[in-house]
Design a protein around this ligand. Structure first.
Ligand SMILES: [Zn+2]
Length: 74
């Protein structure tokens, strides 16, 4: 099965790249660069960035990797 990068349209074989599946949403990225590009764009277009920031902070806390530096960067 071939996957298709949602950012650049490049196809890549199953097992490579990064695939995020959640309910009906499937996000396929052929490289970490495209994943980063997608998220930068998501932050740009997000209608309520504070809501996303809160979610991200919660996740970082869950991973135990939250630091002042990380949060400030967002
Ligand atoms: Zn790509």
């Amino acid at each position: 099965m071939r996957r298709r990068c949602v950012v650049c349209g490049k196809t890549f074989p199953e097992g490579q790249g990064i695939v995020i599946e959640h309910s009906r949403l499937v996000l396929e990225f052929h490289s970490k660069r495209c994943l980063a590009r997608f998220f930068r764009r998501l932050f740009q277009d997000a209608p309520d960035i504070s809501c996303i920031e809160k979610t991200i902070k919660d996740i970082l806390e869950e991973f135990g990797r939250v630091s002042e530096k990380t949060v400030k960067k967002l």
